[in-house]
Write a protein that binds this ligand. Structure first.
Ligand code: FES
Ligand SMILES: [Fe+2]
Length: 443
C-alpha cells in the first residue's frame, strides 16, 4: 500500500474533523533538560514538592486502615484511608529521627507506627505514643509532633497528592478536564491492574512519548490501519492538553485504499482485547446497511462489556471508538474511552537517565460489583504490557542514549507536538527559568 503525505491535503476526514492544532510556534528545546543532573536537581527542588501528582487510585486504598506509599524520586508520601472513610496524606517521615514510617501498601492499620523506635500516630496524623517518653522531657507536646500533612484529593478514581499545603486545590489545578470528561462518568471506573516498570530514560522522554500522535507512523505502523492519526484535534488549557483521536478508521497516510477488513484486522492487532478478540484471522462480521466497520467495532465492544454486566448502550459509536488523551502537567497521561481508562505515569528515577513507567488500567464496573483492593505489580519486561505499550517502552532506551550525544544541543519540536512544548513552557514557569530557553526554530 502506498503511503501518502497527509500534509499535502487539508480536507476534513469522513467524520468532519480537521487537524486543529493550537497555534504554537515550533521551538528548539535544550537537550540538557533530559541529561543534566543539575536540571534534575532543579526539578527535585522546585517542581516535585510543589505540584499535584497522581499517587494511586481509590482502589489501592478502598477501606479504612488501607495505606499506599507513593514515591517520586526521593519524595515519599503515605496515603491512608482514615476511620471516617476520608483519604489523608502525610510526608513519610518520623518526627523522632526521620525514619520512613511505611513502605509499599497494605491494610488493617489502626494507626501509623515508626518501626525504628515505635513512635506512633493515629490515622489523622496526631502523635499518640512515644516509648520511654520521660527522656524527651516535658517539652515534647503531642500537638507539635504530628505527621507533616500533604494535600490529597481525587479526580474520579485517581488519587492526587501535593506536598505543598499552599498550592491551589486540585479542582483548580485540573482546569477544564473535569467538564471535558463528564460524559465518561469516571467515578464508575475501577483499577484492575497497576504495573511499575523501570525504564532507562529521563521521565520527560516517557511523558512526551504519550503527548503526540506523530510517532504512530514511526513505531506503531500496525495501528495505521485503524486510527486517524492526522486529523486528531488538539487543545491546550494552561497546564494541560488533550488530543481526540478517532479509531476504527484508517489513517489518511495509507491513502483511500484501506478496506474494511484492513481496519478490522488492525484494530484486533492493536486493541482487540477491547472486543474480546485476539486472533487477527477472526473474520469481520457483516456490516449492517447504513453502518460502517467502525459501528461494528463499537458494537463488539458493547457486547464484550455486556458479558461483564456493563451497559454501554447509551454510548455512541464515536464515544466508544474515540480516544480522548489528556496530558496533565507534569507527568500524567490519562486515556479516556467509554469502556476503559488508562493512567500512564512517568515518575523520576534514581538518576536523570532513569524513570518508572507506571501503567494503571481501569474498567467500568457493573453496578454493585465488589471491587477488590488493588496492589502494584513490578514488571521488568515491557512486552507484558502488550504490543503498543511495549513498542513505546522499547524506544525509551534508544531515545535517552541519543540525547547524550555531544552534537545534539537541541530537540526540534513541531507545532503538531504542541503538548510537549506546553510541558516545557510550564516547566520553565515552575523552575523559574527566565528568560525562556525555548527558541523558535530558525530564529
Ligand atoms: S526514627 Fe522513628 S521512632 Fe525513632
Ligand atoms: Fe506510542
Amino acid at each position: 500500500m502506498t503511503r501518502v503525505d497527509p500534509t499535502l491535503t487539508s480536507e476534513p476526514n469522513d467524520l468532519g474533523d480537521t487537524a486543529i492544532t493550537p497555534s504554537v510556534t515550533p521551538v528548539l528545546v535544550p537537550a540538557s533538560r533530559y541529561t543534566s543532573p543539575d536540571f534534575a536537581a532543579l526539578e527535585e527542588e522546585r517542581l516535585w514538592p510543589h505540584v499535584w501528582q497522581i499517587a494511586c487510585t481509590v482502589d489501592h486504598v478502598p477501606e479504612p486502615g488501607d495505606f499506599y506509599e507513593y514515591r517520586c524520586g526521593r519524595l515519599s508520601v503515605i496515603v491512608v484511608r482514615g476511620d471516617d472513610g476520608s483519604l489523608r496524606a502525610f510526608q513519610n517521615v518520623c518526627r523522632h529521627r526521620g525514619n520512613s514510617i511505611c513502605q509499599g501498601s497494605g491494610s488493617g492499620l489502626s494507626g501509623l507506627r515508626c518501626p525504628y523506635h515505635h513512635w506512633s500516630w493515629d490515622l489523622d496524623g496526631n502523635l499518640r505514643e512515644v516509648p520511654s517518653r520521660k527522656g524527651f522531657g516535658p517539652g515534647l507536646r503531642n500537638e507539635e509532633f504530628g505527621l507533616f500533612r500533604a494535600q490529597v484529593d481525587t479526580w474520579g478514581p485517581l488519587v492526587f497528592v501535593n506536598l505543598d499545603l499552599t498550592a491551589a486545590p486540585l479542582g483548580e489545578f485540573l482546569e477544564g478536564l473535569v467538564d471535558d470528561t463528564t460524559w465518561a462518568h469516571l467515578d464508575e471506573f475501577h483499577a484492575v491492574a497497576a504495573t511499575i516498570t523501570p525504564v532507562q530514560s529521563n521521565w520527560k522522554v516517557v511523558a512526551e512519548g504519550f503527548s503526540e500522535t506523530y510517532h504512530i507512523q514511526g513505531i506503531h505502523s500496525e495501528m495505521l490501519g485503524s486510527v486517524d492519526d492526522v486529523h486528531a484535534p488538539q487543545r491546550l488549557w494552561g497546564l494541560h492538553g488533550a488530543s481526540y483521536q478517532h479509531y476504527g478508521v484508517a489513517s489518511p497516510r495509507l491513502g483511500r485504499a484501506s478496506s474494511d477488513d484492513d481496519v478490522w484486522k488492525s484494530f484486533i492487532v492493536s486493541q482487540g482485547g477491547r472486543m474480546g478478540i485476539d486472533d487477527p484471522a477472526t473474520p469481520l462480521p457483516p456490516i449492517p446497511t447504513g453502518q460502517t466497520v467502525r459501528d461494528v467495532i463499537a458494537e463488539q465492544i458493547r457486547v464484550h462489556q455486556a458479558a461483564s454486566g456493563v451497559d454501554l448502550s447509551d454510548y455512541s459509536t464515536v464515544r466508544i471508538t474515540q480516544l480522548c488523551q489528556y496530558n496533565l502537567f507534569p507527568n500524567l497521561t490519562v486515556l479516556v474511552q467509554a469502556d476503559m481508562v488508562a493512567a500512564i505515569v512517568a515518575r523520576p528515577g534514581a538518576s536523570v537517565d532513569e524513570a518508572e513507567f507506571v501503567l494503571i488500567a481501569l474498567y467500568r464496573s457493573a453496578p454493585g460489583a465488589k471491587v477488590p483492593r488493588i496492589t502494584d505489580s513490578a514488571v521488568e519486561d515491557s512486552t507484558y504490557l502488550g504490543l503498543v505499550m511495549s513498542q513505546d517502552c522499547t524506544l525509551l532506551r534508544t531515545a535517552q542514549r541519543g540525547l547524550h550525544q555531544p552534537g545534539l544541543e537541541h530537540l526540534a519540536i513541531s507545532s503538531e507536538e504542541c503538548r510537549i512544548i506546553n510541558l516545557h513552557r510550564n516547566l520553565e514557569r515552575h523552575l523559574g527559568i527566565v528568560p525562556s530557553e525555548l527558541r523558535p526554530i530558525g530564529a
